[in-house]
Design a protein around this ligand. Structure first.
Ligand code: SPV
Ligand code: MN
Length: 644
C-alpha cells in the first residue's frame, strides 16, 4: 500500500514556507514585476506553495515563469547556448548537448524512492527512509541554485481534459532540461489551475545540475517522494535523470493506477501507434518494450504514429480501452537510426525543419552530428561525450550507445497530431509486449484470453541495454515497466488483472507478444545474427491488425495463437516487397518446447518470491506448461508450426 500525504513533506520542510501569505511575500522579493504578473495567473495554493518552497530551498538569483510562448521558448534556447549547455550545429534549429561521461543513462544506483517507515517498494527498486532523504536535501539542495536562474513551467501529461492526463510542474536551473521539457510536453500554463481542479492532483519536479562536475557525480541523486508526488534531482543532467516529468512522473502515475484508480487506469511504458488496415480502417496499438529494444522504431512503423514511450490508459464509459500519450515529443535512442530502418526520423535529423537536440553523439569537423549505425562512412575525427575522438580509440565508441535525439513528434511525417491531441483518447485494440529474447519466444503470438495476456506482460525478459548505467545480463522486465514501478510487483500484477479483467471493459483488446531478437544460432542456423530485420515490423503489426478484425486465421499452440505461413508471405510481399521463405518461417515459429518451459519455470520461480502474487498468473503458467509437456510427448522437443 501507499499512503499519500504521509510523513514529512520534505520540500516544504526544507523550504520552510507554510502559508500562502509567506509564499506571496517571497515571490515579491524574488520575482521581477513581469514574472510576478505571470505567476499571478496561477491561483492553486498548493501549487504556489510548491513553487515558493523550491525557491526558498534552492535560492536562485532569478525566477523565470515559462508560459510556453514563442518568446519564452526562444529565450531558453538562447540562454542554453550562452550557458554552453547546448551548442549550435550546421543545420539551423539543431543543437548538441553533452552529459558528463558518468551521466550517460539512468543512474539506477542513485535513483531512490523516499519511503515512510514500514513502506514496501518493488523488489526491483531501491528505497531510502524519509529522514535520510530529508537530510540529503538539507545538505545538498539548500542554495543549490545560487547565482542561477530558476525556470518554472506548468505542463499537462496528456491532452488537456483527458481523463488520465495529469498536470505537472517542472522546476529546473538547467536550460537544456527546460528546452527538452518544451519539446516533449504540453505547456498548459493557462489551463493549469483548471486541470488540477479536474484531476484533483498534480506532480512537482525540482532539478538542479548544481556544479555539473564529474567529481560531484557521487552526490547525484534522483529522488521520488511518492507520498507528496514530488521529485528531486541533483548534480546530473541526463534527461532520464533530470527531466523527471518523464520517468519520475511516470512512476507517480503508476502509483495512481495501483493505489488510487486500481482496475480503471494503467500507466504503461508503451508506444501508441495506429495502423491502417483494409478499406482505410484505423486500428490503434499500445506496446511495451524495455528501453533500447525497438519501441521507437515500432511506433514509427504505424500510419498514425502517436507516441513512442508512455501511455496513460483508462476504461471509458463505452467499454473501450482508451489511451493518451502524456508526451508530444520523442527522446529517442539514436544508435542504428538510419535511412533504411527509420526514414521519417532520419529526415528530421538530416534536413532543416525540425528543432532537434542531439545528445552525446559525435560532432564532426563540419558540425554534423554522427552516431554508430547512421549508415555513413566513419569520420576521421570529432568531439563526443568523452572529448576529442578518432577511430583509433578502440575502447570509446564514436557515439555513446544511449545517445539520443529530442524533437517534437509532429515533425515526423506519419505522426498524427490530431490523434495525439484528442482528449477522448484513442481506442486501443491491440496491446503488445516485447523484450530482447534471443532464443525462446517467436516473433509474434497472441494470448488466448485476458489472463494469458497479462501473463505475457508479466513474463518479459530483456538483455541489459545502455539506457541503464551498470545493468548487465538478461533480466526480468515485467511489462517493460518495472524500472518505473515503485510499489510491490504483486500489487502491480493485481492492477493488471483488475484492469484487463474489469467487466466494464466490454471491448477487450487482443494481447500479444513480439520478439525481434531471435538469433540464427538459437534456431538451428549459424551465427549470432538476427533472424529478421527492422522493416519486418511492418508485417508483424500488419498481421496483428488483420487478426484483430478476424481477417486472418491463426494456429493454436500452448502459448497462444501464431500466424500461418501463407498470410505472412503475402504481407511480406505486399508491405515490404520481401521474399519470405517457408524455411525462415519454420525457424522463427517452431516451438522449442524445453526453452519455453524453462522460461515459464524461471518466471514462476521469480513470481513465487513476490509475496501475495495472484494465483491467476500461476494458473496460466500451469496450464501452458501442462499443454507444452503433452505436446512434447506427442511431437518431440522441437515442434514445427506446420505440425500443429
Ligand atoms: C528509457 O530509457 O526508457 C527512456 C529514456 O525512455 S529515460 O528518460 O532515460 O527513461
Ligand atoms: Mn522509456
Amino acid at each position: 500500500m501507499l499512503e499519500f500525504k504521509k510523513g514529512v513533506d520534505i520540500l516544504s520542510a526544507v523550504g520552510g514556507i507554510t502559508t500562502i501569505s509567506e509564499a506571496k511575500k517571497l515571490f515579491e522579493q524574488q520575482l521581477d514585476q513581469d514574472h510576478l504578473n505571470r505567476l499571478a495567473k496561477i491561483t492553486n495554493e498548493e501549487a504556489l506553495l510548491k513553487v515558493a518552497n523550491a525557491i526558498a530551498m534552492c535560492e536562485p538569483k532569478a525566477v523565470y515563469i515559462h508560459t510556453g510562448s514563442e518568446e519564452d521558448r526562444a529565450f531558453v534556447r538562447r540562454l542554453s547556448l550562452e550557458k554552453k549547455e547546448e551548442k549550435t550545429l550546421a543545420i539551423e534549429g539543431h543543437t548538441v548537448h553533452f552529459d558528463l561521461p558518468e551521466d550517460q543513462g539512468r543512474m539506477v544506483n542513485q535513483t531512490l524512492y523516499i519511503a515512510n517507515e514500514g513502506e514496501q517498494v518493488s523488489s526491483l527498486a531501491k528505497k531510502e527512509l524519509r529522514d535520510e532523504s530529508h537530510a540529503y536535501m538539507k545538505e545538498h539542495m539548500r542554495g543549490i541554485m545560487q547565482g542561477m536562474t530558476m525556470f518554472v513551467g506548468f505542463y499537462s501529461r496528456g491532452p488537456v481534459g483527458a481523463k488520465a492526463a495529469i498536470p505537472a510542474i517542472e522546476i529546473s536551473s538547467s536550460t537544456y532540461v527546460m528546452h527538452s521539457a518544451e519539446l516533449l510536453y504540453r505547456n498548459c500554463f493557462a489551463d493549469f489551475d483548471a486541470e488540477v481542479a479536474r484531476r484533483g492532483e498534480f506532480f512537482t519536479n525540482v532539478h538542479s545540475e548544481g556544479t555539473n562536475r564529474s567529481e560531484d557525480i557521487p552526490k547525484a541523486r534522483i529522488y521520488m517522494d511518492r507520498s507528496w508526488q514530488t521529485t528531486f534531482s541533483t548534480f546530473c543532467t541526463y534527461a532520464g535523470n533530470t527531466l523527471l516529468m518523464k520517468k519520475g512522473n511516470h512512476r507517480f502515475a503508476s502509483d495512481c493506477a495501483m493505489y488510487k484508480y486500481n482496475g480503471t487506469e494503467l500507466s504503461e511504458h508503451m508506444f501508441i501507434t495506429g495502423m491502417t488496415g483494409p478499406d482505410g480502417r484505423k486500428t490503434f496499438f499500445a506496446g511495451a518494450a524495455p528501453s533500447g529494444c525497438g519501441k521507437t522504431t515500432t511506433a514509427m512503423v504505424g500510419s498514425d504514429f502517436v507516441g513512442d514511450d508512455l501511455a496513460q490508459m483508462w476504461i471509458e464509459e463505452d467499454g473501450t480501452l482508451r489511451a493518451v500519450n502524456p508526451e508530444i515529443g520523442i527522446f529517442g535512442i539514436i544508435e542504428d537510426v538510419n535511412q533504411e530502418g527509420d526514414p521519417h526520423l532520419m529526415k528530421c535529423l538530416r534536413q532543416q525543419g525540425a528543432e532537434v537536440i542531439f545528445s552525446n553523439v559525435l560532432i564532426d569537423e563540419q558540425d554534423k552530428p554522427r552516431w554508430v549505425g547512421d549508415g555513413e562512412p566513419v569520420p576521421e575525427k570529432g568531439v563526443n561525450f568523452q572529448g576529442e575522438w578518432t577511430p583509433s580509440m578502440e575502447k570509446v565508441p564514436m557515439s555513446h550507445p544511449n545517445s539520443r535525439c529530442t524533437l517534437r513528434a509532429d515533425n515526423i511525417a506519419n505522426h498524427s497530431k490530431d490523434a495525439n491531441a484528442d482528449p477522448a483518447g484513442l481506442v486501443v485494440e491491440v496491446v503488445t509486449y516485447s523484450g530482447r529474447d534471443s532464443n525462446t519466444m517467436p516473433p509474434i503470438w497472441v494470448a488466448k484470453n485476458m489472463d494469458a495476456g497479462v501473463a505475457i506482460g508479466a513474463s518479459i525478459v530483456s538483455k541489459a541495454t545502455a539506457a541503464e548505467i551498470g545493468a548487465t545480463g538478461v533480466n526480468r522486465q515485467p511489462w517493460a515497466n518495472t524500472p518505473f514501478v515503485a510499489g510491490n510487483l504483486a500489487d502491480y500484477l493485481d492492477a493488471q488483472f483488475n484492469f484487463y479483467g474489469n467487466p466494464k471493459m466490454s471491448r477487450k483488446p487482443i494481447m500479444s507478444g513480439l520478439n525481434y531478437f531471435l538469433t540464427n544460432e538459437a534456431r538451428g542456423g549459424e551465427g549470432s545474427g538476427l533472424l529478421g530485420e527492422k522493416r519486418d515490423v511492418h508485417v508483424w503489426l500488419g498481421w496483428l491488425e488483420l487478426y484483430t478484425h478476424g481477417d486472418v486465421e491463426a494456429i493454436e499452440t500452448p502459448i497462444g495463437m501464431i500466424p500461418k505461413y501463407e498470410d505472412l508471405k503475402k504481407l511480406f510481399s505486399e508491405k515490404i516487397n520481401k521474399e519470405y521463405p517457408e524455411s525462415l518461417y519454420t525457424m522463427q515459429f517452431s516451438l522449442y518446447v524445453d526453452n519455453v518451459i524453462a522460461r515459464i519455470d524461471l518466471q514462476e520461480e521469480a513470481w513465487r518470491k513476490e509475496e501475495g502474487a495472484s494465483e491467476r498468473l500461476f494458473a496460466v503458467y500451469t496450464e501452458q506448461k501442462a499443454a507444452l509437456l503433452k505436446l512434447k510427448a506427442e511431437k518431440g522437443e522441437i515442434v514445427k508450426p506446420q505440425d500443429l
